[in-house]
Design a protein around this ligand. Sequence first.
Ligand code: ASP
Length: 585
Amino acid sequence: MDKVRTSCGALRAPDEGRRAELCGWINRRRDHGGLIFVDLRDRDGVTQIVFDPQNANFRDAEHLRHEDVLKVRGNVRRRPAGTENVRLATGEVEVAVAELEILNRSAVPPFQVNADDTVDENLRLEYRYLDLRRNRMQENLRVRHRIVKAMRDFFDAREFVEIETPMLIKSTPEGARDYLVPSRVHPGTFYALPQSPQMLKQILMVAGFGRYMQIARCMRDEDQRADRQPEFTQLDVEMSFCTEDDVLETMESCMRYVWKTVLGLELAAFPRLSHEEAIAKYGLDKPDLRFGLELSDAGFIFEDTEFVVFRSALEAGGAVVALRYPGGASLSRRDFDALTEAAREFGAKGMVWLALGSDGVKSSAAKFLSDANVVALRAAAGAETGDAILLFADPRPELAYAVAGKMRNEVGQRCGMRDPSQYAFCWVTGFPYLEVDEATGKPAPAHHPFTAPAHGQWDLIDTDPQKMRAQHYDMVLNGYELGSGSIRNHVAEFQRKVFKRLGLSDEQIEDRFGFFIEALTYGAPPHGGMALGVDRLVMLACGETSIRDVIAFPKNQAFRDVMMDAPSTVPEQSLRDLGLRIVTP
Ligand code: ASP
């Protein structure tokens, strides 16, 4: 007997006359003039099956419902002329059911599985198994699989070794809080879940592996943010005896390989921008390079201005930054008000706009702008009649640039310049070594404390640490930071110095990082690496806007797993076993 079992995506016109056996879920059911049509769905596709009234199973078929699970046998036949479905790969044929076996019944689903309707996300997540049956989610997780496989293949070909690092470890700082796991066998003590495998991958370099990679899970206890997950996946990489260029070349080639093998797209060489250049041109350290619209410094135009907002910003050492809005002269006052409101949300105190209409210039600060100002602004911003110019001033230049940078993305969006099917990668390099932590006011590493300073800048750590630059680089795609990396401190004494500069006492250094610094003393090779966020990368490759749509079982926006109901309380006895008591509920 020929093989009859086939998938729901396989049958085509030449299969006419064949016997086939299909298993799957009811995607759709229609009663039509005595015939019952069912679209049967499995992981591979959809096939139409038909029950006619002579069929012994017809009565059963009358009671079938969406998402019931069936096994059917029957003959493949051509659909009658004019009833073919060109949108379906199997659309030329149908299976006339001879035998029906109902493998399982389905409760009435809380939403339609067969439509990509906008369903409330919490409902989707609560019934994730139904949500995952949808085409789009099936496709996204398959793309994710192919991307991760391509990454592994790429690094395997370059002789990197994938090594698993443990989940139960000691705190690894990456700027977030640790998730803690109480130890039952050592009461009163805790493991930390890894914020990243950072110290372990460095220790693997001390151990002589030379080239490490891992598709690594990381956990960071951060405040809820729409685009974050408390646990996420990284492509984690580390190499010995390498320069910054080696790491950049490796990671860039990996992306090129992934895009080629999975999406069939050739990526151009990634432009490299220094951190300073990124801020000056785009206002942000993660510029969206799908479009130009470079910012310009307009401070020099307003040196003698009467306009106090600009004057006070400039006198305090701040900046006035100009952004061109192509075609913006046709915006209404209300549109400009809405933009000003958006600028406030981005952290600006306000925004000045100029509309360069063919009938003259209108502006929110008309009485302070001389003709000469307008001429100079047009030239500085590269604006033409028909455009608008938006101006942002602040005593803190970095804030004026940051707001202008966020507005640049907004303008890019409104002008249709952020096409999700276009991929603009770039590198940002040469970050400052330290930044001031907004919460504590103390110096904090811009990346993490394992990062090495720029060549020849070691002495600055004692004399002028704020001037130090780091051998720290970010990969950016379409305005998203995909990941960061750095060349590391491989000399124990330097590493200790960094911890001290960050305000840790000798005891704290010993307690938290003693094992790591000790490892460095046993001939640690120079090394460096980076990590890329797999969830974000897959999201962008799939043209999605939420990482939750490329993760099988994500937490919701409030960081809850609404399917399993986690986090949740535990039985009193479990707490007792751990020697824990809940003080505040
Ligand atoms: N551990 C870093 C991170 O998770 C990446 C790296 O420096 O390799 O961001």
